[in-house]
Design a protein around this ligand. Structure first.
Ligand SMILES: [Cu+2]
Length: 369
């Protein structure tokens, strides 16, 4: 963590701590000006979209999202690679370092990632909503180790596991055009490196030893860098139909303490939803994601495995998702929202070899006050 950025944290924290009390709320300000879209299930985008809606002056929202992603099998570009392909044909970038074989010898087979995300939103004014989000992440990766420096004889398998807090995002949504059927806002956020980047685990080497080492990039919990996340969001509505689109970037401001920065990223998404009732909407969404390779290298991450090579990171993916939103409007659960969204990959062009995603699932709960 670069100390020069401690001011950024302080500034962001100050906005959060001071700004709400600095804005006058004479008495209990009426919230009747909130347009109808805040009070239908489709007033919020599919639950996988972040920073999709503004809140009215003085309104709070807390949210919890659970996201699971599962990956299995490897791919380089758009071609799938078997474990045998990898250990016979993919060069080990660390060959030449003592004990490092010429080709890869350890192959990731599967990975599961769970993220528990807790978010807070606050309507500073009708035009500006502050956002904060942090997460708790669990990662599990299963590997196969092949015996010795060459050949396709399997020696055994092992699993590495990490868990802890991920990075934390503080930001603001700024309404540009908030009236009428078409609405626009800007997304501005910074990501703070609260997630660990020096997690370790015990591995099985091709020489049948079991050392504890720093785990590869994909098993770390945070980026280790301060990132800025600029974006723009569009929302439209006509009758029972609503739609929207969002573009969001992640720009790493520096390299982290271990000497690298994850690739910059741009994500674009567009969705369409239909109101079955005021309480229930169903929707579909496409999401495209492009991320660069890792810039730099962590000298402590080394091994005959694809995940230890910073060039095997990022790529282009597209996903097709389906989901539903439910809004309680009456009774003791009024103002609570529940949502689900599941996605399948439709395009994966990876800087590989890299594990490829199989599916994602997001469940969410939101409550406004
Ligand atoms: Cu909200």
């Amino acid at each position: 963590m670069n100390r020069n950025y401690s001011r950024l944290i302080l500034a962001a924290a100050a906005i959060w701590l001071i700004a709400p009390s600095a804005v006058a709320h004479p008495g209990a300000a009426p919230k009747s000006q909130h347009p109808k879209h805040n009070y239908t299930a489709s007033g919020h985008a599919p639950v996988g979209v972040m920073g999709d809606h503004l809140h009215g002056d003085g309104e709070w929202m807390v949210s919890y999202r659970f996201m699971r992603m599962e990956m299995a099998g490897s791919r380089d570009g758009t071609d799938t690679l078997s474990a045998d392909d990898i250990v016979t044909s993919v060069a080990n970038r660390f060959f030449g370092v003592p004990m490092q074989p010429p080709t890869l010898r350890v192959v990731p087979a599967e990975m599961a990632m769970d993220m528990h995300m807790v978010g807070l939103m606050y309507g500073l004014t009708d035009r500006v909503t502050l956002t904060a989000m942090t997460s708790f992440v669990t990662k599990d990766m299963d590997h196969i180790t092949f015996q010795g420096p060459v050949g396709t004889t399997e020696l055994g398998s092992f699993t590495t596991k990490t868990s802890g807090f991920g990075d934390t995002t503080l930001g603001a949504l700024i309404g540009v055009d908030r009236d009428g059927a078409d609405r626009w806002h800007l997304n501005l956020a910074i990501s703070l490196p609260t997630g660990s980047i020096d997690e370790t685990g015990t591995i099985l080497t091709p020489m049948n030893t079991r050392p504890t080492v720093r785990l590869p990039y994909a098993m770390q919990l945070g980026s280790g860098t301060f990132d800025i996340k600029p974006g723009i969001t569009y929302l439209g509505r006509s009758g029972d139909w609503s739609w929207g689109a969002q573009a969001l970037g992640t720009i790493r401001l520096d390299e982290n303490d271990e000497g690298y920065a994850l690739g910059d990223r741009i994500e674009g998404t567009a969705w369409l939803a239909y109101d079955l009732s005021r309480n229930l909407s169903v929707g579909t969404r496409v999401k495209a994601d492009s991320q660069g390779r890792i810039d730099g290298i962590d000298q402590a991450i080394i091994g005959p495995v694809q995940t230890a090579d910073p060039d095997n990171f990022g790529g282009e993916t597209a996903e097709l998702l389906f989901g539903a939103n439910y809004l309680f409007t009456n009774g003791p659960f009024a103002k609570n929202r529940l949502a689900i969204e599941a996605g399948l990959p439709v395009h994966r062009d990876l800087n590989g070899p890299q594990l490829e995603s199989d599916w994602t699932l997001t469940l969410g709960w939101q409550r406004a006050f």
